[in-house]
Write a protein that binds this ligand. Structure first.
Ligand SMILES: Cc1cc2nc3c(=O)[nH]c(=O)nc-3n(C[C@H](O)[C@H](O)[C@H](O)COP(=O)(O)OP(=O)(O)OC[C@H]3O[C@@H](n4cnc5c(N)ncnc54)[C@H](O)[C@@H]3O)c2cc1C
Length: 414
């Protein structure tokens, strides 16, 4: 971190017409769901913001996510109904409001690919979850379906288990990111912060950024938000932030690409207290469908190589749906880390995270679902810091812009 003793409050200055010095109220580093949601929220509230993305928007975890906006019921399986389930349970309704438009963050151009999510259990496992399905927590949030109401896949006579409908929804993540970029495209630059300058009190007053075309710019700001997912680790080191350690929880995701007429958005219950498998379905550019497999198979597959994980994926789908012919299915896998605030025992965090140290806010949404909740926390910290709203005459059109990444199923099947 560089020290700069000649600071004037950037909020009261305007930038020269064309200069490598840029002035903004809030600088965001990292353009996944956290950075883009916060950019949109804070810009709409009147703050001047600039976001720097190192690579491509959403290319970390966000476009790899299953897009499920869930109320946390899957964490309450096995009767363990605690505060964790409370923190997230308002989220599907909150998202429905955002998706309807008219909120500060208007998500009305985001595609919803499933308005409901399902949970199924093969007959022999159903009794294990009796207390879960009977609990107060699930009341009004889960409906047991009759055979003719079930997704087509489960209407086969061979399926003898139970299917439940959840109030959760699934969003198309590229359209979500597209929606969040609308109107702020010029403010999303591609580059990387290489150094921070601070004044004598430790406040970071400017960030040196190398843009992807090699230009170097100095961004003067009142507050900096680290929204770089796994990249927060190196940013906190660079800025000497002491109290925001990170953990990674790896996954080995499986993709099964086919022509089967079964779009499925469902958690399959097994014998454990986590879903044995979570399946979401995504249309591919070549007119097929990918079943994207998460849950236990992805968590337990981190020590398998891709070939062994594909064998496991085939075994799992054949065991779960023996009446379906998967012989014309193409397979691919990839590893991805969930980046989160460090928890004792490396367990899953309960809620979104925003840590304020000097004028830096380190964020991890911990779930796509919790982005609005993260927005509330960050906004409260920005107001607490006393960040003021200003208008600057920055000329941003000449700087390289970050584009939205593509999803793995468009790049990994060749
Ligand atoms: C496989 C998988 C499935 C998931 N499914 C779901 C789900 O269904 N529902 C749900 O609610 N949650 C889900 N999650 C969790 C959710 O995806 C993440 O919590 C969320 O996407 C994290 O967003 P983020 O913006 O913090 O990080 P990211 O999406 O990783 O974005 C960080 C961005 O910062 C950029 N960056 C990195 N370093 C720097 C730097 N130094 N400077 C500038 N930019 C930088 C990266 O290139 C990246 O674009 C899933 C996660 C995974 C991995």
């Amino acid at each position: 971190m560089m020290m700069d003793s000649m600071q004037t409050p950037s909020a009261t200055r305007t930038s020269p017409e064309i200069s490598t010095d840029i002035h903004t109220d809030i600088l965001l580093l990292g353009g996944g769901i956290a950075g883009l949601y916060l950019l949109k929220l804070l810009s709409n509230l009147g703050y001047d913001c600039i976001l720097i993305e190192k690579d491509q928007l959403g290319g970390g975890q966000t476009l790899q996510s299953q897009g499920i906006i869930h109320g946390g019921l899957k964490y309450a399986l096995g009767g363990n109904l605690n505060a964790e389930s409370d923190a997230i349970k308002e989220m599907p309704d909150r998202w429905r409001k955002l998706l309807a438009g008219g909120e500060t963050v208007d998500l009305s151009n985001t595609k919803v690919i499933a308005k409901t999510q399902h949970m199924w259990s093969a007959g022999k496992f159903a009794s294990k979850f009796t207390s879960f399905f009977a609990s107060k927590l699930v009341r009004g949030r889960i409906d047991k379906l009759k055979k003719d109401q079930m997704p087509a896949l489960f209407q086969a006579p061979q399926f003898t288990g139970s299917v439940y409908k959840l109030t959760d929804l699934v969003v198309d993540t590229p359209s979500l990111l597209n929606n969040l970029c609308q109107g702020v495209e010029q403010r999303i630059l591609q580059g990387e912060a290489t150094a921070f300058s601070s004044n004598e009190t430790g406040t970071i007053t400017s960030s040196n950024v190398t843009l992807s075309d090699g230009q170097s710019i100095q961004i003067h700001h009142q507050a900096v938000i680290f929204s770089a997912g796994a990249g927060n680790e190196s940013l906190t080191n660079l800025a000497e932030i002491k109290d925001a350690p990170m953990q990674r929880r790896p996954l080995h995701m499986v993709m099964a690409k086919h022509n089967l007429p079964y779009p499925l958005y469902a958690h399959g219950l097994g014998t454990g207290s986590k879903p044995r498998i979570t399946i979401t379905s995504h249309a591919t550019d070549d007119g097929k469908m990918v079943w994207y497999l998460g849950g236990e198979i992805a968590e337990n597959g981190i020590d398998r190589d891709s070939e062994s994980q594909i064998i496991e994926g085939k075994k799992e789908l054949n065991a779960l749906f023996p009446w379906v012919d998967f012989s014309n299915t193409e397979w691919a896998t990839f590893f991805v880390d969930r980046a989160e605030p460090l928890q004792q025992g490396l367990i899953k965090p309960d809620c979104s995270y925003a840590h304020n140290e000097r004028n830096v806010i380190v964020t991890w949404p911990t779930k796509l679902t919790l982005a609005p909740n993260l927005g509330d926390r960050v906004l409260a910290l920005i107001e607490q810091q006393g960040v003021t709203q200003n208008t600057y005459s920055n000329e941003l059109s000449r700087f390289p812009k970050a584009s939205i990444a593509t999803q793995k199923w468009e790049s990994l099947f060749v």
